[in-house]
Design a binder for this molecule. Structure first.
Ligand code: SAM
Length: 180
């Protein structure tokens, strides 16, 4: 009986904590434009490669990827940002090359991705890791800005001093980084 009460209480506390455990609560902070050439170089986009930005904000990274020949997928939870991303893509002439998804990135299938870009937080990267492991194909490249994927080993890290701040780009490859 005592054990049962303990278990039930524990279960209820986990339920109460749910929003804190699983909410990613990531603000919109756009990638600085100075980093775009470096991200594109690390992405090694081949014509028609499928490039996801999970939490794409105003779409600037996925638009740049589309300008480099990618088929972009811009996934953003905030409606006003996805509308801004569409507006910017039209202006850049790559609207037709990008799929805009106004949804939570935990809900979408990313199994066709060749490249995934994530400028999120360590906590979100940790929560996304099982999804990356389950859905990405071997050889898919994952690039993160400033926050690592806990438990994965980057194959390359580079630092850039931009506008008074040191920024870090991490490059991971599925089938290598996740097996270490
Ligand atoms: C740091 S910003 C990066 C924006 C863009 N990737 C860039 O680099 O310019 C993170 C973005 O992720 C979005 N976001 C946060 N949680 C999300 C979720 N669960 N699903 C989809 N988008 C999310 C935020 O609204 C925000 O626009």
């Amino acid at each position: 009986m005592r054990n049962y009460r303990y278990t039930r209480q524990g279960y209820l506390s986990v339920l109460a904590l749910h929003p804190y455990l699983f909410s990613t609560d990531i603000p919109w902070v756009p990638t600085r434009k100075e980093l775009l050439p470096h991200i594109m170089r690390l992405a090694r986009i081949r014509d028609g490669a499928v490039f996801y930005d999970l939490g794409c904000g105003d779409g600037r990274v996925v638009i740049e990827a589309a300008l480099h020949g990618a088929q972009g997928v811009c996934v953003e939870i905030k409606r006003e940002l996805i509308e801004e991303a569409k507006r910017r893509a039209r202006k850049a002439g790559v609207y037709e090359r990008i799929v805009f998804v106004n949804d939570d990135f935990f809900n979408i299938d990313i199994s066709d991705a060749d490249i995934v870009y994530m400028y999120l937080l360590t906590k979100a990267n940790r929560l996304l890791r099982p999804k990356l492991e389950a859905q990405l194909k071997i050889g898919a490249r994952v690039i993160t800005l400033d926050f690592e994927i806990p438990g994965w080993k980057p194959i390359h890290v580079e630092k850039h001093y931009v506008n008074g701040f040191n920024r870090s780009l991490y490059l991971y490859v599925k089938g290598v980084s996740d097996l270490i």
